[in-house]
Design a protein around this ligand. Structure first.
Ligand code: VG1
Ligand code: CO
Length: 543
């Protein structure tokens, strides 16, 4: 059969960020744009001849069309087989699992995660390697270099098969295997989580609400929570993935999952509430009248994982991204396991998970996961929480409160300043970076700086290093601020300010985090001058 070479590109700016290449949908739909990036991925990994790939995405606008194009390009490149989720749907953790389960060579995930979708929203492509995890920096650097050399792309003349029909067909010499997106993932969850214990909770009248935010986790959550475990029909809301996520911003946080928040804080709140993001790798956990910050969620999961079926033997280590609060550190110390502090982005956890040095991983950005896949996993975190509540016979508030009493509470918050002019954001970073060497010993907003640096990481497994991963300033008593630029935005620059302070006085554990962090917020303005340099008096999003 025939394939052709179409001259196109190169396109400037095809540089993968924290999690793949994300751009405005319209940019991705420019003739040849997606194709040149995918060709660069194929070139960077030494071609796809004879390889097995996994393909799917979060159902956002342009996803199916992109999947059809990628299938024709993989066929032109001589791939042996592509395993694709029905309707081009796969959540990010399910894609990671399918890569591992089928010993595939890698996979392509079509998603811009928590960024809005639709013709006016964002689109994205991420390449994952054979361990199921996001390509490490050496690979993304090679992909970026290849995007600058690309002169066009190879594509099969034959059309892609019907992606709604489960089963195998051929596209030229390549096998296209359309699979149910949920089945294998649901089976994995059933091995890790005690569904019977959760069924007993449900039988006892325990109620929950899961908000799939019109994104990819709907079909997964309906199958697992309603069909397999037995939560009442309608427990999962916004359960049908929409190409534009129903106009919502599919980011599970107090700002964007407002309906869920209001329900859980309201008079007729169920016992438990949770939400996931566009591609299903993030999660937010709520109890009746309580919010669990993602950093606390990581610490609670790590401290209680042994109560869950798949982790009964205990955990071997915890890894967290640098801006994530130090709550997990004290759990690691208590358990006598290592705590690894990595740069932001799940790609940095892969080597630790592969080497068996970490079992549980997490980020402050509503991401938690374990060694069961190589991505963060929203629904997994929800099920683990349910397993913990069932095993302990307690509610979310009691579990959280008990955790703080045992380990202390980290007051934590992230302030995001979005879509800033790039020059203004860079001025903030440059100003603080230049001031770092002179900071130790200085008193700022009544607190003495003990250390200040630009975080650099050396991977303890493969020795690779990554510099410039965030500016951090530590104060006496362990309080800390971190400042970094987002690597997932598609408009201007987004500054993230992370605030963390530990409190171990049991009488002071019920404060509002913004109040408890007020001195640190003042110190951050003193040091970085975000309001002064950007003109923004308040953050766009506080989590
Ligand atoms: C953000 C988060 C980071 C997360 C990344 C991808 O990156 O801060 O913790 O790993 O998104 O998550 P950044 O560079 O914008 O801070 V997802 O669910 O968007 O794939
Ligand atoms: Co995501």
């Amino acid at each position: 059969m025939t394939s052709t070479f179409v001259a196109a590109g190169p396109f400037a700016g095809q540089k993968p960020g924290t999690s793949g290449l994300r751009k405005k949908t319209a940019e991705f739909m420019r003739p040849g744009y997606l194709e040149c990036f995918v060709q660069a991925v194929f070139d960077a990994i030494g071609g796809v001849s004879g390889k097995v790939l996994v393909l799917g995405g979060d159902g956002r606008y342009f996803g199916r069309q992109a999947a059809e194009t990628i299938l024709r390009m993989a066929a032109a490149g001589g791939a042996a087989r592509v395993i694709v989720g029905r309707g081009a749907i796969l959540s990010t953790p399910a894609a990671s699992h399918l890569i591992r389960l089928n010993a595939a060579d890698g996979g392509l995930i079509l998603s811009a995660s928590h960024n809005p979708g639709g013709p006016d929203g964002d689109f994205g492509v991420k390449y994952n390697i054979a361990n199921g995890g996001p390509a490490p920096e050496a690979v993304t650097a090679a992909i970026h270099a290849a995007t600058e050399r690309v002169t066009g792309y190879h594509i099969a003349g034959a059309p892609a098969p019907d992606l709604d029909r489960i089963g195998e067909s051929r596209l030229d010499g390549m096998v296209v295997q359309v699979v149910d997106p949920v089945t294998d993932y649901a089976a994995l969850m059933e091995r890790l989580v005690d569904f019977d214990a959760i069924r007993a909770l449900v039988a006892g009248g325990f109620r929950m609400r899961f908000d799939a935010m019109s994104a990819v986790t709907g079909p997964y959550a309906v199958e697992i929570l309603e069909h397999r475990i037995g939560f009442a029909p309608g427990t999962v809301v916004n359960a049908v993935p929409e190409p534009d996520f129903g106009g919502h911003h599919p980011d599970p946080n107090p700002a964007h999952a407002r309906d869920l928040w209001d329900e859980l804080m309201g008079p007729d709140a169920p016992d438990f509430g949770a939400a996931s993001d566009g591609d299903g790798d993030r999660n937010m956990i709520l109890g009746r009248g309580v919010y669990v910050s993602p950093s606390d969620s990581l610490a609670v999961i790590a401290a209680n994982a042994h109560l869950c079926k798949g982790y009964a033997g205990g955990i071997r280590g915890i890894a967290r991204s640098m801006p994530t609060s130090a709550a997990a550190d004290r759990v690691a110390a208590h358990l006598g396991v290592d705590l690894h502090e990595t740069p932001t982005g799940w790609k940095f956890f892969g080597t630790l998970l592969d080497a068996g040095r970490a079992t549980i991983c997490g980020e402050e950005s509503f991401g938690t996961g374990s060694d069961h896949v190589r991505e963060k996993d929203g629904l997994w975190a929800v099920l683990i929480w349910l397993n913990i509540l069932a095993a302990r016979g307690k509610g979310v508030a009691e579990v959280l409160d008990g955790h703080w009493r045992q380990f202390g509470r980290n007051y934590y918050s992230r302030h995001d300043y979005e879509a800033l002019p790039v020059a203004a954001a860079e001025a903030v970073m440059a100003g603080l970076r230049a001031a770092l060497p002179g900071l130790p010993g200085r008193v700022v907003a009544g607190m003495t700086v003990t250390a200040a640096d630009d975080f650099a990481y050396r991977d303890p497994v493969d020795g690779s290093s990554s510099a410039g991963q965030g500016l951090r300033v530590a104060f006496e008593g362990g309080a800390r601020i971190v400042l970094r630029l987002s690597g997932t935005g598609t408009e201007g620059a987004t500054l993230r300010l992370y605030l963390d302070r530990m409190e171990d006085d049991p009488d002071r554990m019920a404060q509002d985090p913004q109040e408890a962090l007020a001195p640190l917020i003042a110190a951050a303005e003193d040091l970085a001058g975000i309001a002064r340099l950007t003109g923004r008096a308040v953050p766009d999003v506080i989590t």
